[in-house]
Design a protein around this ligand. Sequence first.
Ligand SMILES: [Zn+2]
Length: 221
Amino acid sequence: MIEPKKIVKSRRKTIALVIDSDGELIVRAPFYASNHDIMRFVQEKQDWIEQKSEEMKLKKQERPKLALQDGETIPYLGRECMIFRGMTKKIYFDGKAFLLPETQDADTKLVTWYKKRAAVILQERVETIAKNMQVVPEGVKITSAKTRWGSCSGTNHINFSWRLIMCPPEVVDYVVVHELCHILHKNHSRSFWESVERVDASYREHEKWLKDNRRIMEILE
Ligand SMILES: [Zn+2]
């Protein structure tokens, strides 16, 4: 249950609920309202409060689309990397910053760069983790999905969005573990999550990271 962060009493006649920009609940109430009355009201409106709070939190993490201008940053393996535009045809990356061409097609080139890196990194992570888990995937494909980080087909073909490599390495590994566990369980049953936990004891944290940061899927077309 979401409890009030602050209760503000004034000469008003009714209780009102406000969700602030952090998704926290502020209650405005008349002077004569008892704590009991206030808490009962908050309890009754819990569905609305939770929904609104979730909306405000999402709004807060909204990340605008990248214009790929000098000084903007883009995440690569969890690290915010600076973008520079300059006289170059190719993309240069030194582990901390990108040098992108000044031409109009810099975005397409950058996506191609990410896709290639994603293919190399995810192929390697799948091989290593699958071996350790003793499962055999049919193959790995890189997609441009914006709604899911990864998926596993009924025939054990694994797909990952290239956008996944914007996430920190431990989160990348979690998604790999998650999809490989779908080879064993084609659902999100309890046994599925138990298999995930055996390989990634911090999976809840990683799942939360993805939920809190899903807007990074939208920063590039
Ligand atoms: Zn799943």
